[in-house]
Design a protein around this ligand. Structure first.
Ligand SMILES: Nc1nc2c(c(=O)[nH]1)N[C@H]1C(S)=C(S)[C@@H](COP(=O)(O)OP(=O)(O)OC[C@H]3O[C@@H](n4cnc5c(=O)[nH]c(N)nc54)[C@H](O)[C@@H]3O)O[C@H]1N2
Ligand SMILES: Nc1nc2c(c(=O)[nH]1)N[C@H]1C(S)=C(S)[C@@H](COP(=O)(O)OP(=O)(O)OC[C@H]3O[C@@H](n4cnc5c(=O)[nH]c(N)nc54)[C@H](O)[C@@H]3O)O[C@H]1N2
Ligand code: SF4
Ligand SMILES: [Mo]
Length: 823
């Protein structure tokens, strides 16, 4: 296919519209869609580089069963037989699906229907459990429904934006640009609440660097202050809420001095924030993983919602609480009911809902109670209760906490199926059956973004080999299990229509209703323009905001204020593990890097897994005296090696490590080896932002780096640190070893396939192996350079990286090579 096609971005929940153009030469150009209401022509670097991520080089192209390539018939029969046998012998609860907010709505719908309606258990959970389940629980508790009340326009209409636990400048960049423009004078006021001084915080008018985990105290304090300064909307409270007096009583002790001491923030900053909030009616509070990923995440979100309900600042232009969804279709997953704790189409496990869904699906054995939540699910595998697992579109070996234990579970489970587009991930290594999935650019369907806007993903590429869309794979297995009638879909449009019809089925009380889309023709589905739900007879063009009239989805139409008793993180720091480890994202990588890892320029920003630490903490622990910068980080759950990046942006006593790195690019730097599996009692969301750890110096025998045009090589066993990333035209390998290298040339030849014996090899070695530098120029171009030392400082990589781009080195550049910078 050549020409233009509209679609949405593969990555985050902002849900930007893109226009892809396939050129005659096979190249794909990706640009922002000027007409898409999520981004109106804006794009970020990850989105803009999607065209460079399309290589099919490492893709899965045929089904594999026990390591053998097989036909789809064989693979589907194997999966169906093993699932059927497991269910027969051990009951429906002995099987489970672990799915993903990156599936399309149609994929997700079919997976949920198969598990909850036809297998008859609710053991389908999703990586969204790790992502926004605390927000789901809190909004359900407050509103009686999992509803994001507002829309992106509210961010532009607001006078004050409060970001709680969100690094939106990096993680929701286009949304961030909608309310922050460095060239504009009248940006709304911005308050950022985050222990770290993030990129987002540097743009804020006020940054509250609060003590990790103290957000509930902060918002209790705010509620109390709103009351004291007479900013409560008593009419709204009287008419539209319940529980406010108990809630205000619980907030009573949180005076400004008390809040300041609980949060470790100066009183004057607390007062400034409280006053700004009190006097600004048009305020949007955006929240994300800094509050969700906590053992009290649900309470923290309710503490935020309380403040908006108490002031009636909800459902109106420019104001409201706003949960940021992370993955491109986390919201779509919630719509279909992809979490084990809900049923389908925003229905729960009440007898009426079960009866309704059972009739709609003609389900032979509908699940009647919630299933296992993600972290519990992997524990149930250890206990032998779950014996067959199907993982789709997620990489739990990297992304679940306490990952050594997760690896053991993946090893231990009698039958593991993985639907994955890549040929190899840390999870597929454990798979008995690997089903090759299509991915972005190949698949057709819909996604829903953070503001409830449904948009189409459209295919524009030929899938490699036998890769298939996820809805097809699941339906194929369902048919093989004997559920032909319910799963004989001919395409995603069939599934979407059914999903839309279910949302409107006997619906008098549910927020999620897209019944006006249930009759779309295939053509109309193909052309579907972005639209915000609900989309029904009353709102045929969708609806920007809910709760305008103060009516909520609890039976009595009133929202609930929830009294909050703040709780500290489950596992406190102690003498043995004195640092609080925080984990999260970097600007240019996406999760376990399966797509962003294919784009060399995305490694420019953060080429290594760096551990952020305050310089005084580094000094106090002797870490600054170690020229390699390498450290061992240990927790009760595991250990890893990383390089420190001292920065005053990181508060004392805390550390930050990105969770992206895994075995493919870095040996032993997977953050979740360390992370505790503590979860929130209501949402089951793990506390990924707080694990007590210890940090000690790691003194390798030698350390260095190798830049080479040669291809990627397998990890070398006797290294204590190896990070290998692609850069434009070469690979960058950061290395450290515990054993001395006797003969550098031989070592390079053996492990890296380099040819140091050739004439064009320049080298320089000092005294018995203390230091070694080498470079090789082939046909006038830099082909390889290698720098190793036992204790000295290595040259900066920046200049050398630029030399790789040169077709012909100048004499001065050649002379400078072994120095590592222009002399
Ligand atoms: N570049 C990039 N963008 C992404 C993703 C990606 O992988 N890469 N993933 C997407 C997904 S799935 C998600 S869920 C979103 C996540 O988006 P964000 O939630 O914005 O990202 P995180 O880096 O996980 O965490 C946000 C911040 O929470 C802070 N934090 C830690 N502890 C606390 C605390 O106790 N209180 C407060 N107030 N803050 C705290 C951290 O310091 C961090 O800066 O990003 C989406 N966008
Ligand atoms: N320590 C720590 N851990 C975290 C977090 C954190 O902040 N700290 N954040 C958590 C959060 S919020 C999230 S969302 C998770 C994300 O964690 P994961 O879900 O594990 O992340 P991804 O790397 O996006 O995994 C998606 C996988 O699906 C594959 N894939 C892509 N497209 C398709 C497709 O169409 N079909 C199929 N079948 N496969 C496909 C990709 O190649 C990739 O292997 O991580 C969580 N883990
Ligand atoms: S902001 Fe998110 S959806 Fe938009 S282009 Fe960037 S990664 Fe894609
Ligand atoms: Mo997420």
């Amino acid at each position: 296919m050549t020409g233009h096609r509209r679609t949405t971005c593969a990555y985050c929940g902002v849900g930007c519209g893109l226009i892809v153009e396939q050129r005659e030469n096979g190249r794909v150009q990706v640009a922002a869609d000027p007409d898409h209401p999520a981004n109106f022509g804006r794009i970020c670097l990850k989105g803009a580089s999607l065209g460079e991520s399309l290589s099919t080089a490492r893709r899965a192209t045929v089904p594999r069963v026990f390591g053998e390539s097989v036909s789809w018939d064989h693979a589907a029969a194997t999966v169906a037989d093993r699932f059927r046998a497991t269910i027969k012998n051990h009951g429906p609860e002995s099987v489970a699906f672990y799915v993903s907010g990156q599936l399309l709505t149609e994929d997700y719908y079919v997976a949920n229907k198969l598990m909850k309606g036809f297998i008859g258990a609710a053991n389908i959970d999703t990586n969204s459990r790790l992502c926004m389940s605390s927000s789901v629980s809190a909004m359900s508790r407050a509103f009686g429904s999992d509803t994001v009340p507002g829309c992106y326009e509210d961010l532009e209409a607001a006078d004050l934006i409060v970001l709680v636990g969100s690094n939106a400048a990096w993680c929701h960049p286009v949304l961030f640009q909608r309310f922050y423009d460095p060239h504009r004078a009248n940006n709304p006021n911005m308050v950022v609440i985050d222990p770290r001084r993030t990129e987002t915080a540097t743009k804020a008018d006020l940054h509250l660097s609060l003590r990790p985990g103290s957000d509930a105290a902060l918002f209790n304090g705010l509620l109390h202050h709103l009351r004291k300064s007479d900013k409560l909307d008593f009419q709204f409270l009287e008419e539209h809420t319940r529980g406010f007096s108990a809630t205000l009583t619980a907030a009573q002790p949180f005076s400004i001095p008390h809040t300041a001491s609980e949060c470790g923030v100066p009183e004057k900053d607390i007062a400034r924030f409280f006053n700004l909030f009190a006097r600004t009616p048009k305020v949007v509070t955006l929240f994300s993983q800094g509050v969700n990923q906590s053992s009290s995440g649900t309470d923290k979100v309710n503490a935020v919602l309380n403040c908006h309900l108490a002031t009636g600042r909800i459902g109106k232009p420019g104001m409201g609480p706003f949960s940021l969804t992370g993955q491109g279709n986390a919201m779509g997953g919630r719509e279909v009911g992809g979490l084990s704790t809900v049923l389908a189409a925003h229905m729960s496990f009440t007898p009426e809902d079960c009866d309704r869904v059972e009739r709609f699906w003609h389900a032979p054995s509908l699940a009647r109670k919630p299933g296992l939540k993600a972290v519990e699910l992997f524990e149930a595998i250890h206990r032998g209760e779950v014996r067959a697992l199907w993982v789709m579109c997620t990489n739990p070996a990297v992304s679940l906490p306490n990952s050594e234990r997760v690896h053991e579970a993946l090893q231990r489970i009698p039958f593991l199926v993985v639907s994955e587009c890549e040929a190899e991930t840390e999870t597929t290594r454990f798979a008995d059956v690997h089903l090759p999935a299509q991915t972005w650019g190949e698949k057709n369907g819909t996604v829903t973004n953070s503001e409830r806007r449904i948009s189409r993903r459209r295919a524009f590429l030929e899938p490699p080999g036998e890769a298939r869309p996820d809805w097809w794979i699941i339906s194929r297995v369902a048919c093989e299990m004997g559920f032909m009638q319910a799963f004989s879909y001919t395409g995603p449009a069939d599934i979407f229509r059914e999903h839309a019809a279910l949302s409107g089925f006997e619906n008098t009380t549910r927020d999620f209703d897209i019944s006006a889309l249930a009759e779309l023709s295939n053509r109309e589905y193909e052309d579907l323009a972005p639209i915000q739900w609900p989309v029904n007879a009353r709102y045929p063009r969708g609806r920007a905001r809910l709760f305008e009239t103060g009516r909520f989805f609890h039976n009595d139409t009133r929202a609930r204020m929830i009294p909050i008793q703040p709780r500290p993180p489950k596992n406190p720091v102690c003498d043995t593990f004195p640092f609080a480890l925080n984990t999260g994202r970097v600007r240019d990588q996406w999760h376990s890097m399966s797509r962003t890892g294919k784009v060399p320029r995305l490694f420019g920003h953060t080429p290594e897994p760096m551990l952020a630490i305050h310089p005084e903490d580094a000094a106090a622990n002797g870490l600054d005296q170690n020229p390699s910068g390498l450290v061992m980080v240990r927790s009760k759950w595991g250990g890893l090696v990383a390089r420190i990046a001292p920065t005053r942006d990181q508060p004392r006593g805390t550390l930050f490590l990105p969770f992206h790195w895994n075995g493919r690019f870095a040996q032993a730097a997977r953050a979740n080896r360390l992370v505790n599996p503590a979860t929130d009692p209501l949402s089951g969301q793990p506390e990924l932002k707080h694990t007590p750890v210890a940090v000690t110096v790691l003194v390798p025998r030698w350390f260095g780096f190798l830049l080479t045009q040669e291809q990627e090589v397998p990890p070398i066993n006797d290294l204590c640190y190896q990070v290998s990333v692609p850069r434009q035209g070469f690979w960058r390998h950061e290395l450290a070893g515990t054993r001395p290298i006797q003969d550098y040339a031989r070592w390079l030849e053996k492990h890296w396939g380099l040819r140091p014996r050739e004439e064009n090899w320049l080298e320089y070695a000092v005294g018995g192996g203390g230091s070694y530098r080498a470079a090789q120029i082939v046909e006038g171009r830099l082909n390889t350079c290698f720098y190793l030392t036992e204790k000295a400082v290595l040259p900066d990589r920046t200049w050398l990286e630029t030399v790789f781009a040169k077709k012909q080195l100048e004499a001065r550049e050649r002379r400078s090579l072994l120095a590592g910078s222009l002399i």
